[in-house]
Design a protein around this ligand. Structure first.
Ligand code: NI
Length: 507
């Protein structure tokens, strides 16, 4: 209580003196004819003095002293410029206090003096700020070193001018901000700091803007009534979406722009494949920021997401019956997935190309059909890599899915295959029964939406079963789709090393 009372008394005393000072100053100004008013601050180079230009001026004399009542030394004599006069004193020592005086010398010889301006030459303001945004959406800031600084403090805001808050410090002239979000804009300011007996902090630098790209849109293409409808989910920060389509020369041509979450391409032909790119964009500070490209490879086939679908899969081929199955699929507007062995690919390139052409999926069943659980990590990776190479040579693209031989896997297998592992929900046991009718009924008696059916196209009864099964399933209202399509239409995002048995509708 005692302290508080004293403080109040002190405040009154301070106020009294301020009032007195005001009276004294007022008196002085009223006596003097004119006074030159100067301002000063520390910028990136040193002390920057500034004042208004007077059209009657001939030149200005800038003087500096180390003491408040000390002898002034002339630093320079300069002529003014109409839009304001500035003088930069770069010779100041960090931490020292200086006193400045500027004298205007008029054309008629009269001199007008400024007040004496006291400035602490604190740390210079950081400059040369640059921003780089990495692929992983981290913001990397760099700036020029400030003389005598022992570190830097980094401030961030979502607004250009206000709201800056400290987010960290750095001893180097760089800082990585890993907390940014896609599709957002951040502004940074840096101040230099010196930790010593007497700590110093510079003014904050100019703002450095970082425009973080939106995420790539995940695009789905659905063909219906001679149109391809592209749809995607809203991407944070996106104001608009640009749609591109690959032309016959392999070049992407812009189809249009939209603020909606869909786009319809009417220029499509049934049975043909198309590739679209969708890019999310936003504009800020006169700049256009684009997302990474959302890729949609799709085929103009009629898949109705609201109708039942099943994925037929054929393992251990390609073989001499593969082509007949492909022909039957084509006739019935159906598709299947072939989990092929790398060692069989060369002998049946034509069948594989045909299967790919009608939209079937070529997936990996490893090179030699070895039990992967008995192999080392390196051997597993080699089985996958060699098969990828064989498939790519024939159809021009790597398989994205894998089925392990015998469906066996362990943690080493899961960690090293580098693809989603697709097993099955209906085992026809065709390899065991080698019986056409048993194979057919194993499917038709059990099939449900989202099932994955296991068969082997290297057996003749399986081929015969397929020729019955494909039109039968169609009649039952099933759409025969590839495993990737099934995942797409049933909203599964397949992950590397994860095992899938069925792909039912995800709630
Ligand atoms: Ni197999």
């Amino acid at each position: 209580m005692k302290g508080k009372g004293f403080g109040l008394k002190r405040d009154i005393v301070v106020l009294f003196f301020m009032a007195m000072l005001g009276v004294m100053l007022y008196g002085k100004i009223s006596h003097a004819e004119e006074i030159l008013s100067i301002e000063g601050k520390v910028d990136s180079k040193g002390v920057l003095l500034s004042w208004n230009y007077d059209s009657e001026s001939k030149e200005y004399r800038i003087e500096r002293s180390n003491r408040s009542s000390g002898s002034f030394t002339v630093l320079a004599t300069i002529t003014g410029e109409k839009n304001g006069v500035v003088y930069s004193d770069e010779s100041v020592k960090t931490g020292k206090t200086y006193y400045y005086r500027v004298t205007e010398i008029r054309q008629d010889g009269t001199e007008i003096e400024s007040q004496v301006l006291q400035i602490l030459a604190t740390l210079r303001v950081p400059s040369g700020g640059l921003v780089k945004i990495t692929k992983e959406n981290k913001v990397k800031l760099t700036w020029k070193a400030v003389k005598d600084a022992t570190g830097y403090e980094i401030f961030r805001s979502n607004r250009k001018e206000t709201g800056f808050q400290s987010i960290g410090t750095s001893k180097q002239t760089n800082y990585e901000d890993t907390t940014v979000k896609s599709g957002k804009v951040y502004y940074y300011k840096i101040s230099a700091i010196k930790k010593n007996k007497k700590s110093l902090t510079s003014e904050k630098s100019d703002g450095i803007a970082a425009y973080v790209s939106p995420d790539a849109p995940r695009v789905t293409g659905t063909y219906n009534k001679k149109k391809m409808k592209l749809t995607w989910k809203n991407v944070t920060g996106a104001e608009q979406y640009y749609i591109y389509k690959k032309n016959s020369k392999g070049k992407f041509v812009k189809l249009g722009e939209t603020t909606k979450l869909c786009y319809t391409d009417k220029n499509v032909k049934k049975g043909k494949r198309y590739e679209y790119h969708v890019v999310a964009v936003y504009q800020k500070d006169g700049k256009m920021i684009k997302s990474k490209t959302g890729v949609c490879k799709t085929m103009a086939t009629t898949i109705d997401p609201n109708k039942k679908m099943v994925a037929l899969t054929f393992d251990d081929g390609p073989g001499r019956y593969t082509q007949e199955i492909v022909d039957c699929l084509k006739k019935n507007d159906a598709k299947a997935t072939f989990f092929v062995l790398g060692c069989n690919v060369d002998a049946y390139q034509k069948s594989m190309k045909n299967a790919d052409k009608i939209g079937c999926e070529i997936a990996s069943h490893t090179y030699n059909h070895k039990n992967l659980t008995r192999l080392s990590a390196a051997e597993i990776r080699k089985e996958v890599k060699d098969t990828d190479a064989k498939i790519k040579k024939v159809i021009g693209k790597n398989p994205t899915l894998l089925r392990t031989p015998g469906g066996s896997f362990n943690s080493t297998v899961r960690e090293n295959v580098g693809k989603p592992i697709i097993l099955w929900s209906i085992d026809t046991l065709d390899w065991k029964t080698r019986n056409r009718d048993k194979t057919v009924s194993a499917v038709v008696n059990n099939v449900q939406d989202g099932d994955i059916v296991l068969m082997h196209d290297i057996h003749k009864p399986t081929k015969e079963a397929a020729l019955i099964l494909i039109p039968r399933l169609k009649k039952m209202g099933y759409q025969m789709v590839t495993v990737s399509e099934l995942a797409q239409y049933r909203n599964w995002q397949l992950k590397k090393g994860t095992v899938y048995y069925r792909l039912r509708k995800k709630k």
